[in-house]
Design a protein around this ligand. Structure first.
Ligand code: FAD
Ligand code: NAD
Length: 445
């Protein structure tokens, strides 16, 4: 069987590796317009903020690794259209050569692109987006310039908050804007997000929430002012981080798309064309918290959906279990993790929910060093009592692993009452005999 994979970043790589490692004998062709693959954008802010010196280790694979396993891989080759009826992919190399690849099965792993705000001045120099390695490089180079002192970041979601920290670590004046009332509003309730806001402010980041950009003004073709509905701000550089949109142009008019443009897939990652699969940021995903199909762009989801598609194409029928959108962020030493839905999000989606909060030190009370407070919220449905979300915030890194237990709880529809009596280990170095997770569950109404 000949399988053509379009897009060779996290999702495409996971499909290819699954097929090449576990289902030998197929012809695998991989095509990508970029000149690099496997870039972990998740490390951009760590590198740009100089927590690591160089970006080299943010890549975990390369074309030679796939050629060695027998795949044909074409980089710097842009797919222009797909003849779904005759099963042929049309592409063009950087030097202009036409490429036509037939397929038996096709995988669309074309990912996402950052959303471009449609306001006057959007094409001025000095306006940046963050997705590709090359975009990280341009931001990095701009921050090196002495004349770049005031940096505006639009969008205080994950990318915006992380790059605001990075720019601050590089000694710049940073102004962080968001349409919502807090940072990280899509992931955390206000009681949690406010702790991040305070952390950002304490580290010198100027916060502008509930504020919408209306225009970018420039001089000699370069941005020098941001105009919002509340004021005018002189700036030297701007980074847009207002979310991603699925890169589904190749499927438009042929495959079924969701209202946000993502390609609709079933639990096997199959699209409305049975010989075409879609994985990663270009596709929809099933949310176990919402119990419906939604869109959650994460590298973790890209890898898992790629593995599912690989097995299904290879001949082992497996159904994706759905996701919780589990995520985490670490800014100036403050760590936050969440999974499923916040209280605000659950209510917005029409779920009838309750919540239970608890706060305690991470380790046993008699350990006085590096024993930070942890704040936890568990969100659960009033009637079914199934857990639909959890959030944690602390300076303690130990919280990071705990969120995964809540992820499994949501996936398996565990109730808040089952959690209350769950056997959680106790060791003073790590936690208390009355664990804050148990206590939050016991406190539930
Ligand atoms: C700064 C940043 C930080 C992030 N941090 C995290 C994190 O901490 N944790 C997390 O889980 N996620 C994180 N993400 C999100 C994560 O990077 C994405 O969810 C992930 O990249 C999706 O992988 P993908 O393979 O589906 O798509 P993409 O990474 O978008 O890859 C799609 C590929 O398709 C190629 N392509 C597209 N169209 C064509 C075409 N017409 N022809 C040929 N090739 C084409 C592209 O060149 C690209 O290589 C972060 C993202 C960014 C930008
Ligand atoms: N640590 C992580 O897991 C991590 C890190 C980076 C990115 N990611 C993922 O990558 C994807 C993209 O990240 P992102 O930060 O671009 O998106 P995001 O959805 O996390 O945040 C976008 C932010 O922009 C704001 N916004 C939207 N339109 C706006 C406007 N017109 N003006 C002002 N603010 C506006 C939203 O309120 C939101 O806070 C997300 O799915 C994210 O989860 C994850």
């Amino acid at each position: 069987m000949k399988i053509v994979i379009l897009g060779t970043n996290h999702a495409g790589i996971a499909v290819a590796n699954t097929l090449l490692d576990q289902y030998k004998g197929h012809e695998i062709v991989m095509i990508d317009r970029n000149d690099n693959m496997s870039y972990l954008g998740c490390g951009t802010a760590i590198w740009v903020g100089r927590q690591i010196e160089r970006p080299d280790e943010l890549f975990y694979s390369n074309p030679a690794a796939f050629e060695a396993k027998g795949a044909k891989i074409m980089t710097e080759t842009e797919v222009s259209d797909i003849d779904y009826t005759n099963k042929i992919v049309h592409a063009r190399t950087k030097s202009g050569e036409k490429v036509n690849e037939s397929y038996d099965k096709l995988v669309l792993a074309t990912g996402s692109r950052p959303i471009i705000p449609n306001i006057p001045g959007k094409d001025l120099d000095g306006i940046h987006f963050l997705k590709l390695f090359q975009e990280g490089q341009s931001v990095d180079q701009e921050l090196e310039k002495a004349e770049v002192q005031r940096v505006a970041v639009i969008g205080a979601g994950y990318i915006g908050t992380e790059i605001a920290e990075a720019a601050r670590r590089r000694g710049k004046e940073v102004l962080l804007f968001d349409a919502e009332e807090t940072s990280l509003a899509s992931y955390y309730d206000k009681e949690f997000a406010h702790l991040m806001d305070q952390n950002l402010a304490d580290h010198g980041i100027e916060l502008h929430f509930s504020e919408l950009a209306t225009a970018f003004n420039g001089k000699d073709g370069r941005i020098n002012e941001l105009v919002t509905d509340k004021g005018n701000y002189p700036i030297d550089m701007l980074i847009n981080c207002i979310g991603f949109r699925a890169n589904s142009a190749l499927a438009k008019g042929v495959l079924d798309l969701a209202s946000n443009g993502a390609i609709i897939v079933d639990e096997h990652q199959r699209t409305s064309d049975p010989d075409v699969y879609a994985v990663g940021d270009v596709a929809t995903i099933f949310s176990n918290a919402l119990q419906k199909t939604t869109y959650i762009a994460l590298a973790s989801n890209a890898i898992r959906t790629g593995i599912v598609a690989g097995h299904n194409i290879g001949g082992t029928e497996i159904a994706a279990p759905g996701v919780q959108g589990s995520n985490g962020i670490s800014i100036f030493g403050l760590h936050m993790t969440s999974t499923g839905l916040s209280l605000t999000a659950a209510k917005k989606f029409g779920l009838d929910v309750e919540y239970s909060d608890f706060e305690d030190s991470q380790k046993a009370w008699f350990l006085h060093e590096n024993n930070d407070k942890v704040k936890i919220r568990i969100v659960y449905e009033k009637i079914s009592r199934r857990i639909v979300g959890a959030q944690m915030v602390s300076h303690s890194e130990i919280i990071a692993g705990n969120i995964n237990m809540f992820s499994l709880a949501i996936q398996d529809q565990v109730t808040i009452d089952q959690l209350a009596l769950l056997d959680l280990f106790f060791l003073p170095h790590f936690n208390s005999p009355y664990n804050y997770m148990t206590m939050a569950a016991l406190k539930a109404k």
